[in-house]
Design a protein around this ligand. Structure first.
Ligand SMILES: [Zn+2]
Length: 408
């Protein structure tokens, strides 16, 4: 281990012997009391020295025996320490790709704020390279969103859409003006390649039967159609629910941008749950939906460019949070924002008993007090770390906790 005090956090002294790492409250930590000799030693923890050398430096600086190990342990315990050589073989491979890593350095520094163990940040960043994400929809939201994911290091971003690029699909960071008239999916895939810091790692050369296809770690539904954004059709996601594939909705409908729900099949509210909940609150809801869906499709729908970009950015951030092993706040909720006030707010999307996805049963089971030992693994599985071999293809109550298709 080559210990390094996380450089992402700015350091400041609250008093003579208390140091604060970080400015923003979300990730700031204070550490103290810290004597002067130990303080001077902190500067040596910059990732260039291994433990043997650090102990020797400690002795030279007059630190008592064991102080160096104790300090390193304490910093690591506080989540303040990284390992300049850690993260495993995939991380080493990424370190060897200097140009790509330089592009991703701010993302790596940011990951160091949300990971605790030394070496975890680069391990997570390297893991992104082997992920497969599908984005359905290559309009102003989908095109930018796909490029953002590729730019943030996701190895394979597959964009699906039909038709040809229209002038109003063009967006900075998404489909370029030169692509007008080209096939949407091809133009979007080209934009994704341009945004990526380097080429993704080659997949295994062993023959891969169709059945062994690891599938997508995540599918993002970013329809260009405003009705599909406002009231996503549950049948569109039926195969995602039955295969346990996590998916996220994002888009703009009229003057409102939407991110969510992020659906962990069988765990959190889905499009069907959303529809049932709305129908409970407003019995005329299905009648309205039927009219919107059967109305003549409009070629150009309202879509504020900056709103679409904000939605793409937030949705991509929620997607990455999930891919990095966290549970985004759009799980079980829809974040909405409308022009011109632009105040984000979350509307809950709880599991609904009338929906076959099983999320409501999960909530009921938890309310009835599942034993802690049974739920103990939930955080780990929410992190999406389960291999797809454990995939459960049956939706509904029969689905054990955390069997959505995870990244592998
Ligand atoms: Zn549901």
């Amino acid at each position: 281990m080559h210990p390094m005090v996380k450089p992402a956090l700015r350091r400041g002294w609250r008093d003579l012997d208390t140091v604060q790492f970080g400015m923003a409250p979300a990730h700031a930590v204070t550490l103290g009391p810290m004597d002067r000799a130990t303080t001077g030693f902190l500067d040596l923890l910059n990732g260039t020295r291994g433990m043997v050398l650090l102990r020797a430096e400690g002795r030279r600086m007059g630190l008592p025996d064991g102080r160096v190990d104790a300090l390193v342990e304490r910093l690591a315990g506080a989540g303040l320490l990284d390992d300049a050589k850690g993260g495993g073989p995939a991380a080493d491979d990424l370190r060897g790709r200097r140009q790509a890593l330089d592009r991703l350095r701010p993302d790596l520094a940011s990951l160091s704020l949300t990971t605790r163990e030394p070496g975890d940040a680069i391990a997570r960043l390297a893991a992104r390279r082997s992920l497969r994400v599908q984005v359905r929809g290559a309009g102003r939201v989908g095109g930018v969103l796909a490029s953002l994911l590729a730019g943030a290091g996701v190895g394979e971003v597959d964009v699906r859409d039909g038709g040809k690029v229209e002038p109003w699909d063009v967006a900075p960071g998404g489909l370029p003006a030169e692509a007008v008239g080209e096939r949407r999916d091809q133009a979007a895939c080209r934009a994704v390649r341009r945004a990526a810091p380097d080429r993704p790692p080659r997949r295994g050369t062993r023959p891969r039967p169709e059945a062994a296809d690891p599938g997508h770690s995540l599918v993002i539904l970013a329809p260009r159609d405003d009705v599909a954004v406002h009231t996503p059709c549950p049948s569109t996601a039926a195969s995602l629910i039955s295969s346990g594939t996590p998916h996220l909705y994002a888009g703009v409908a009229e003057g409102t941008g939407v991110v969510g729900p992020f659906v962990l099949p069988g765990e959190t509210g889905c499009a069907g749950c959303l529809h049932e909940g709305r129908t409970d609150r407003d019995p005329t809801w299905p009648r309205l939906v039927a009219q919107w869906r059967s109305g003549r499709p409009r070629q150009v729908r309202p879509c504020d460019l900056t709103l679409a970009t904000a939605v793409a950015g937030l949705a991509a951030a929620h997607a990455l949070a999930f891919l990095d092993g966290h549970r985004p706040s759009s799980a079980g909720a829809r974040w909405e924002v409308s022009v011109p006030g632009l105040q984000w707010h979350a509307r809950p999307v709880p599991g609904h008993p009338a929906c076959s996805c099983g999320a409501a049963e999960r909530v009921t089971e938890e309310a009835e007090g599942e034993h802690a030992s049974e739920t103990g693994g939930r955080h780990e599985t929410m992190a999406g770390q389960r291999p797809s071999t454990e995939l459960c293809r049956k939706a509904g109550a029969a689905r054990p906790a955390g069997t959505w298709r995870a990244h592998v």
